[in-house]
Design a protein around this ligand. Sequence first.
Ligand code: NOJ
Length: 568
Amino acid sequence: MMKKFVIPSILAAVLMGNMPIAEAQVSSADSSHDWWKHAVFYELYPRSFMDSNNDGVGDLNGIASKLDYLKQLGVDAIWITPCYLSPQVDFGYDVSDYENIDPMYGTLQDFDRMEKQAKARGIHIIMDFVMNHTSDQHKWFVDSRSSRTSKFRDWYIWRDGKASGQPPNNWISNFGGPAWTFDSTTGQYYYHFFYPQQPDLNWRNLAVKNAMFDVTRWWYKRGVAGFRLDAVDTLFEDPALHDNPVLPGKNQYGDPNTKNEYNDKLPEVHDILRGLRKVADEDGAVLIGETWTNDIAELRKYSGAHNDELQMPMNFMFTMVNELSAPKFRNQIAMADSSAGWPVWVISNHDIQRSYNRYGDGQHNDAIAKLMAGLYLTLRGTPILYYGEEIGMENNDPKRPEDVKDPIGRLGWPKEKGRDGERTPMQWDAGPNAGFTSATPWLPVPASYATHNVATEQGNPDSVLQFYEHLLALRHRNQALLDGSYVALNQDDPDVLSYLREYRDKVVLVVLNMSGTGQQASFDLTAQGFSGHSITTLLTTATHKKEEPTTNEMHLEPFEVYIGTLSK
Ligand code: NOJ
């Protein structure tokens, strides 16, 4: 696909004209860097990315047809959420064969073709490894449930009830109801942290470990560059099955609130992660973790005591800052930055309401979408961009319970409407179904697709998409943004979040006005060897031409992103 390259007037000058030559290319000084530290990752939900065969559901050939778009955007790696054979109870997070592609997405040959085409463009493929559980239709579980003496019996967690009609303990499924389901064939209960159709694997069984490690080897041989590991927190359970502490109140499904003390983040998980990492290292692969943690110490544990576990544990604490608050984001960044380890920034995903809705104020949503981009794409660390964030896609939550596709939304309605809203089809153009399919799409697109779609935004210099493209282009060629340290500035400012990224003599200043009013900022950079310096603008969302700003005086428009460079 040839890109119509339209440079916005304000940005044209800063991007083309004023860009110092030295910044045009990242030096090779850091070529020993792990590739994923300089990469921009893109999470895509295959059901919703692009439908090539017009059945209303996206597929691998659809993804392949959009690789040029992703390249143009500045994406280096795509994480595809599960596309393996699956009954689709949890839309692919219930795998019935780890070494095959679900026919709704295509074939292994389609996968290989897509992988080659991606590689030709320098784009890595990351698969999703659903390791906590399989589908109840997986042949291992089908055999396991068939008899107490099945060879696969101990591949899952089977236990007697406490008493007749009573599950083994009080553990509650994350998706509602008890975490135990009785199976009358063998008269025992099996454990499932998620849906009953997702029985937990028994990771204490060496045979499970070997079989699952082999799955990763099989995909590495096919050219996969790494895995995003699903639900790693819950791989292990207390073998003594102690009851979890009961807390006051009920959850959205009407179950008693409990604290997952005995079935979440057990220390044994680290042995498995070390093992998986060894296998990954044989192929130079990267492991990304779905790591839901309460604090940074917990998150860092996932890197391993000797950096021998996950290279990229995702920081979800960032997604829990649910307001545009400079102090709150500053605090989060400081925590992530102060701990050893490479931060991994996420602002949205297929389980979390889109950032456009979480931070938008209803009036300046596009400006705020750019502001959020200006934040997570300029921090020290690796960003993972959720598909559609780059065009300002919004949640399209179901309006009626009968429209809900995600089972948790049906169970928890109206308190829990499920995750359909953040999984709607990618908006490619202003035509029917946003150009995603000519059939009825599996989920409806929001009305805002008419303005927020790739084709329209490619033609609009002020669009969210063009801002993302310019920002990612800048990030890729600017050594300070890639490798520089993070230095917080003006830490008491309640409205403006500002920081330096400093790499040797290269310094980038990032200034984010998180408020809806104009702000004045000034920066004392004497500690960094600057005083009253003028700044060369690299990128800004300002709509009025700025006087060339100095460190002593900078005026910021509401929700402005300002990125400039200083040289000594
Ligand atoms: C986390 C995944 O992100 C989510 O979509 C899924 O439902 C659960 N794990 C269960 O696999």
